[in-house]
Design a protein around this ligand. Structure first.
Ligand SMILES: Nc1ncnc2c1ncn2[C@@H]1O[C@H](COP(=O)(O)OP(=O)(O)OP(=O)(O)O)[C@@H](O)[C@H]1O
Length: 224
């Protein structure tokens, strides 16, 4: 369980998150949606303790940091590092021993090659692989579906379900609503720094309609 209590975050005079309260339970998948700049990544960075914020984040873990895997929307790689080395770097940091990496290479990445030679989607899949192999209890996936091909999306969706079955806590953001609809137990919307009440599965269509209506109200003719 992770609980966020009265969390607010500003960058200088700009308030990005206001009084966020949310609880993430084990064995559940939580989706976070919101327009570009709504504050999704900022919320995730606060959860990963990469930001200073007002409010409190508590969990039933003594060392949440060591059990939280964070797939950032633009993962970082060292120069001149191979896929295999990148994975071992991250798993060694957690003192997790990875046997049989070849078998666990679910996205069939060329792990002996330099990551700098990977395509965008391959880099994303490498980052997903490393976060999974770290054996985390909590997972934050910021835009995991961005840039990955259909087959990999299907594999990743199946992995999400498996994580849920294993009792892990999963928090995920995506602009592709269908991917969240498939996987999530609850979806929250961030708008102007505040969080909506949770939408449960039976109200996902209602949320999607609401978001579509808002977009349709914009006068796209202005640009043409
Ligand atoms: N380091 C920073 N300094 C100043 N402002 C920032 C910083 N990081 C983010 N912001 C601002 O905070 C707001 C929220 O950004 P954030 O990246 O959390 O949005 P997001 O919902 O993840 O957007 P996207 O869907 O585009 O990824 C934006 O207005 C952004 O400009």
């Amino acid at each position: 369980m992770i609980e966020i209590i009265n969390l607010s975050k500003s960058y200088g005079s700009k308030q990005v998150l206001s009084n966020i309260n949310i609880r993430f339970d084990s064995g559940k998948i939580y989706g976070i949606v919101g327009e570009n700049g709504a504050g999704k990544t900022t919320l995730f960075r606060c959860l990963a303790e990469l930001e200073v914020y007002d409010g409190r984040i508590q969990s039933d873990e003594q060392n949440l940091k060591g059990k939280l895997g964070f797939l950032t929307s633009e993962p970082y790689y060292l120069p001149k590092i191979t896929g295999e080395e990148h994975i071992y770097l991250l798993t060694d940091a957690r003192k997790v021993k990875v046997d049989n990496l070849t078998e666990r290479n679910i996205f069939q990445l060329p792990l002996k090659e330099y990551v700098s030679n990977y395509s965008t989607g391959m880099k994303k899949k490498l980052a997903i692989t490393a976060v999974l192999l770290q054996k985390n209890e909590y997972f934050i996936f910021d835009e995991p579906f961005n840039g990955i091909d259909l087959e990999s999306s299907i594999i990743f969706s199946a992995i999400l379900k498996k994580l849920k079955d294993l009792g892990k806590t999963v928090i995920i953001s995506s602009h592709i609503f269908s991917t969240l609809k498939d996987s999530c137990d609850y979806i929250y919307k961030i708008e102007e720094g505040t969080l909506s009440p949770p939408f449960a599965k039976e109200s996902f269509d209602e949320l999607e309609d609401e978001m579509r209506q808002k977009i349709l109200m914009k006068d796209i003719g202005k640009i043409l």
